[in-house]
Design a protein. Structure first.
Length: 99
């Protein structure tokens, strides 16, 4: 009986971890300050980005996962975006104009 309880607990934990890891990172609100298509980078002024460990508003240069994202926005646009930290720096993985 104890082994069934352990197995059930292990399966529940595994399922919880699998579902938790597929959750999307919270969106960050920002404003486009500069676009460098040749380098595949964008400068964004944004509020706190808790998902990246940034508790204060700041302006940062990000790489973009898909260079096509840079052609969908212009300087001054308000955007929401998601980013991740990688060895090469921070990378925007999703971005859209704010509504």
């Amino acid at each position: 009986m104890k082994s069934i309880a352990r197995l059930t607990t292990a399966l529940a934990l595994t399922l919880g971890l699998a579902l938790g890891s597929s959750a999307q990172a919270p969106s960050i609100s920002g404003e486009v300050k500069k676009i460098d298509e040749a380098a595949g980078k964008i400068t964004l002024k944004h509020g706190p980005a808790k998902s990246l460990g940034m508790d204060e508003p700041m302006t940062m240069v990000y790489r973009v996962k898909d260079p096509a994202m840079l052609r969908q926005v212009k300087v001054g646009d308000k955007v929401t975006f998601e980013a991740e930290e990688a060895a090469a720096g921070y990378t925007v993985t999703r971005m859209e104009k704010a509504k």
